[in-house]
Design a binder for this molecule. Sequence first.
Ligand code: PLP
Length: 428
Amino acid sequence: MGGDSDRFIMAGKVAPYHYLRPTLAHELTLIRDCRPMTFRAGRHFLQLPGPTNVPDRILRAMDRPPIDHRGPEFKEMGQRILTGLKEVFQASEHVFVYPASGSGSWEAALVNTLSPGDRVLRFDSGHFAETWGGVAGALGLGVDVLPSDWRKPIDPAAVEEHLSGDEDHVIKAVLITHNETSTGVRSDVPGVRAAIDRAGHPALLMVDAVSSLCAMDLLHDEWGVDVTITGSQKGLMLPPGLSFAAVSRKALDAHQKAELPRSYWDWSAMLTSNESGYFPYTPATNLLYGLDEALEMLSEEGRENTFKRHDRLAKATRAAVAAWELENFCLDASGFSSAQTTVKMPEGTDADELRKVILERFDMSLGSGLGKLKGDVFRIGHLGDVNELMIAGTLCGVEMGLGLAGVPHRPGGVRAALEVWSSEGGDA
Ligand code: PLP
């Protein structure tokens, strides 16, 4: 045997002929040797606006066997977590936790508070606003869509105007995205609350805080939000797999009358079990170990410090983008996001090509353009467990990638970012 005729191609690699023999050992060897991954030294840079880097402390906390989720040890942890979450959301009533991705809480928010025939109001403000509206539509709810510029925050005055015209109050909920992760634009949640109040309309205010929670201030109670939802894989620094919904008294009251069918998401069953620190079905125990640790880490850093850190990283990233003479996708400074910076590509260049070069050459993942923004933007995540040096490395990777991919830009973005931190202390 030997020579080219004895070889075959698998997963892009040439494998020797003897791998074809069908013994288990050989099959395992074949699977291992033909993995398409090449060896990478050092740590992968996961600079997406979610999933984000999971700190070693959290990974270690999860690295132990599940316990009896109906036993006393679990009860103690469950109660601690449910209390700790109230602090994170600044919500006094309750925070529901599901073994689900963030999308689960989109559905939970709707099915627990609304009834067949109800309408919701949303903005055409980005991919995630669109997708949440799609969930409402799939549940048979009517969806009113207000036009919006994806490059700017939503306009609260449009909510007031639309709700003022809804004299019969058929609109039961206003759905908004705090940080629209597809665009990197932050919207004014208290402004929307005030607009609903000015219209004298009873609609619930539901806020998607999937990529804003822990990166920027969010005061569920004080801002008059009725349901705030998020997922675990962003500012909470956990792996994907948990979904959350903080609720107001008004949302809980609406739940009593809501008639959309529900089972898995049902708040009543969850509330009953949560009272004693338990869940109505098997919870994601190991992710909850991680959440317990994440809550501890967040309290060690302190809310204000966490927000300031994100602001500092965002400010330097924006300085880099400006120095490269590239465009921040967000056109309105009031909408700048502390969680991510979305960069618009120069005409005639492709963001996915750039991301590919950066991934292959520097082992760094950046966020892609979603929906209609595919290829036109890339997204730099500065969300979760990140610090200055991690963002400096990230910006180095982007700057080198811009050069290698032949994207027209001016060098000096990294230097501009470093100057933000070194000259001003970087507080935004
Ligand atoms: N909402 C926003 C703003 C998001 O960024 C995402 C995901 O990135 C989602 C909702 C959906 O969350 P998941 O993918 O965890 O279901």
